[in-house]
Design a protein around this ligand. Structure first.
Ligand code: HEM
Length: 395
């Protein structure tokens, strides 16, 4: 009896001791391929990185493939609500795992491009979850775009068991209070929403004007600079193509497309000053985006169970100093600013010299064409072995 109690006490002491001792700090490890990282669990990402760098992005320098990979990370993550469990589990891969359902939602029009681009690689890498693949590829896409602050990457998302319902993704036709309410419901403030909209600095539209693809939202769609915030504040004068498309309003330069929602963010009293603060402030834009994007990438997931694998990401490309200077596109100037922030004047900027520009379309990546159609048909990860999906508890 006595000896039995001793054994129990000794066992209890061991447990208490273990609880009091902090977990050992992760030691830098050298992975099988020779790469170094601070956490062994991150080693699995290097072969994925190598594959997508070489074969998914290839020579993409913040072009269509990068834009496509970035947009889908938002559409997956925003399937989450702090108040309503039925909205989904956030950054959980549901957009692809349940592609035939989610890609048929009007707000996901064009996300089929991302499915076509990424599905072969997801099928080839069952060692990570679909959710992680989507967010990892988006973080890597950012490193293609000069001007981005070095992103972070948390690893260990758990895949969805069911699709997100219709209505979680904001639409360009939605009024700003509606968009902000949806974002707030997912845990993102108005300031964080504007920070995330910096992504439209490296973006364009393929499906707003039915006749034209790759219409950029600013004059520098392959650079994460503040031009998007300048140009969206200018009076609109021209459509890149036809008038009357839902979610589109006039832009200040030929070839550019302005979303109704972006026009709203720049002018609504809840967002106008946050929006204007980005103008010619590269550092603010880059840092705020980095923080909000990291938060967005883990929506609905248990970050306590995830591992920081930021050091797996390639280094970002700095923006050459001269390009960090914002400007009024030729043919526009201070007079064209539709001032909306009541407390701070719009910064004075130089006018780009030269003749009036027509902004070129973003060249479309052929890999975004495939079996997955805009209505969701064919958007099936047929070869992805579900049993091999990694869960956070295995890490
Ligand atoms: C919150 C309100 C938002 C609305 C209403 C909105 C709406 C849109 C629309 C309508 C397009 C054009 C799609 C097409 O026709 O091809 C687009 C493109 C894009 N959006 Fe957003 N967006 C929002 C937020 C975001 C966020 C938070 C991100 C990323 C963090 C993002 C990243 C992108 C990117 C990268 C593209 C370009 C995709 C490409 O060129 O393939 N957007 N967005």
């Amino acid at each position: 009896m006595f000896s039995k109690s001793l054994v129990v006490l000794a066992a209890l002491a061991t447990v208490l001791n273990a609880a009091a001792t902090p977990a050992p700090a992760a030691r830098p490890v050298t992975c099988a391929g020779g790469q170094k990282t601070t956490n062994e669990a991150c080693c699995v990402l290097f072969p994925v990185l190598e594959d997508i760098q070489e074969n998914l992005f290839g020579n993409d320098t913040c072009g269509d493939a990068s834009h496509t990979a970035l947009r889908v990370s938002f559409h997956d993550a925003i399937g989450f609500s702090m108040t309503n469990k039925s909205f989904g589990t956030g950054a959980d891969g549901s957009i692809f795992l349940f592609g035939e359902t989610e890609l048929s939602y009007p707000a996901n029009l064009g996300i089929a491009d991302a499915f076509n681009l990424e599905a072969p690689f997801i099928n080839a890498h069952p060692e990570i979850s679909v959710a992680d693949f989507i967010q990892f590829t988006a973080a890597v896409s950012l490193t293609k775009c000069p001007g981005v602050a070095q992103p972070t990457f948390m690893f260990g998302r758990v895949d969805a068991k069911s699709p997100a319902p219709i209505g979680t993704v904001p639409q360009p036709t939605d009024q700003i209070p509606i968009i902000l309410a949806r974002m707030a419901d997912a845990g993102l403030s108005a300031e964080e929403t504007v920070a995330l909209i910096a992504s439209h600095s490296i973006a364009g539209a393929d499906d707003i004007d039915p006749d034209l693809m790759g219409l950029p939202f600013d004059s520098t769609p392959s650079t994460f600079d503040t031009q998007f915030f300048v140009e969206t504040q200018l009076a609109g004068t021209v459509f890149p193509g036809s008038a009357g498309n839902a979610g589109e309003v006039m832009a200040p330069i030929k070839g550019e497309l302005r979303l109704l929602s972006d026009q709203g963010f720049a002018r609504d009293s809840a967002t106008a000053c946050f929006f204007q603060a980005n103008v010619n402030n590269q550092q603010l834009m880059a840092n705020n985006f980095k923080a909000a994007f990291a938060k967005m990438q883990s929506l609905g997931q248990n970050t306590a169970k995830m591992v920081d694998c930021s050091d797996v990401l390639p280094s970002v490309i700095p923006l050459p100093g001269a390009q960090a200077q914002a400007f009024f596109p030729s043919g526009t100037d201070q007079e064209d600013v539709e001032q909306a922030c009541p407390t701070t004047a719009f910064p004075s900027l130089p006018v780009l010299p030269g003749p009036l520009e027509t902004i070129s379309n973003i060249v479309q990546d052929p890999a975004t064409d495939g079996n997955c159609d805009d209505d969701g048909s064919g958007c099936v990860l047929s070869e992805f072995p579900k049993a091999a999906k990694r869960s956070a508890s295995e890490l």
